[in-house]
Design a protein around this ligand. Structure first.
Ligand code: OMP
Length: 213
C-alpha cells in the first residue's frame, strides 16, 4: 500500500477525515472536513509525524529549520522533527510562534530554534491560503527564507481565480507545496468502497462547484 492510501485509512480510522456538513473558514459548505486536531494521542501523533517526514523527504527540500504555525502546526512540526530524526536520521531544529507576543520573560512571539536560513512550514490544511500567507510574512520578518510548505491535505479548491489556492500560492511566491494527500486521492479511495456511495455524490457536487480548473 502506498503511504498516501495508508494515510487516508489512518485519517478515517481516527475520525480526522469526516463526512457530513461543515462550514469552512472561507464560508463554503463542505461535505467533508479534515481535522488534524483529532490526532490527539501519543500513538496517532507519532504516526502522523511519520507521514509528514516521508512527505518532506520525498519533496527533496533541505530545510535548516522547520516552522509550525500556532496552534495546530505546533504538534505537527514537533512530531515531524522527531520522526525525521528517528526514521531518516535527520536532526533538524524547529520553531513555532505564539499567537500573542509576550512582553516579559524571554519576550517575542517565536519559540524554539532561531529562524534562519531555509525554512519549511509544516501545517495542516490549505484551503483559501490565508493562514499560510501569514506564516510566510512571519518567517520573512525574522530574516529567514521560506522554501517550502508541507501540509496533510490539498483540498484542491479554487482560490480567487480558476486555479487552486495552492497553485496561486506557488505562482505568487515561487515556493513549492507538498501535500501528503489530495482531494482526488481521497475520492479515488472512496470509489473503491460501496459504503461511501452517498458520500461520493456529495463530494462530486462539491468538487464540481469549487474545484480548481
Ligand atoms: P485557509 O486559511 O483558508 O487556507 O484555511 C486553512 C484552515 O482551515 C486550516 O488551518 C484549518 O483551520 C481549517 N480547515 C481544516 O482544518 N480542515 C478542512 O478540511 C478545511 C478547513 C477550512 O476551514 O478550510
Amino acid at each position: 500500500m502506498d503511504y498516501q492510501t495508508e494515510f487516508i485509512e489512518f485519517a478515517l480510522k481516527n475520525n480526522v477525515l469526516k463526512f457530513g456538513k461543515f462550514t469552512l473558514k472561507s464560508g463554503r459548505q463542505s461535505p467533508y472536513f479534515f481535522n488534524a486536531g483529532e490526532f490527539n494521542t501519543g500513538a496517532t501523533l507519532a504516526q502522523l509525524g511519520r507521514f509528514y517526514s516521508a512527505a518532506l523527504v520525498e519533496s527533496g527540500l533541505e530545510p535548516d529549520v522547520l516552522f509550525g504555525p500556532a496552534y495546530k502546526g505546533i504538534p505537527l512540526v514537533t512530531s515531524t522533527a522527531v520522526q525525521l530524526y528517528r526514521e531518516h536520521d535527520r536532526d533538524i531544529p524547529y520553531a513555532f510562534n505564539r499567537k500573542e507576543a509576550k512582553d516579559h520573560g524571554e519576550g517575542g512571539s517565536m519559540v524554539g530554534a532561531p529562524l534562519r536560513g531555509k525554512v519549511v512550514i509544516v501545517d495542516d490544511v490549505i484551503t483559501a491560503g490565508t493562514a499560510i500567507r501569514e506564516s510566510i510574512a512571519l518567517i520573512r520578518a525574522q530574516g529567514a527564507e521560506p522554501v517550502g510548505v508541507i501540509v496533510a491535505i490539498d483540498r484542491q479548491e479554487r482560490g480567487t481565480s480558476q486555479k487552486s489556492s495552492i497553485q496561486e500560492f506557488v505562482q505568487e511566491y515561487g515556493i513549492p507545496v507538498k501535500a501528503v494527500i489530495t482531494l482526488d486521492k481521497i475520492m479515488e479511495y472512496l470509489k473503491k468502497d460501496p459504503k461511501y456511495t452517498d458520500v461520493l455524490v456529495d463530494m462530486e457536487t462539491y468538487r464540481a462547484q469549487y474545484a480548481a480548473k
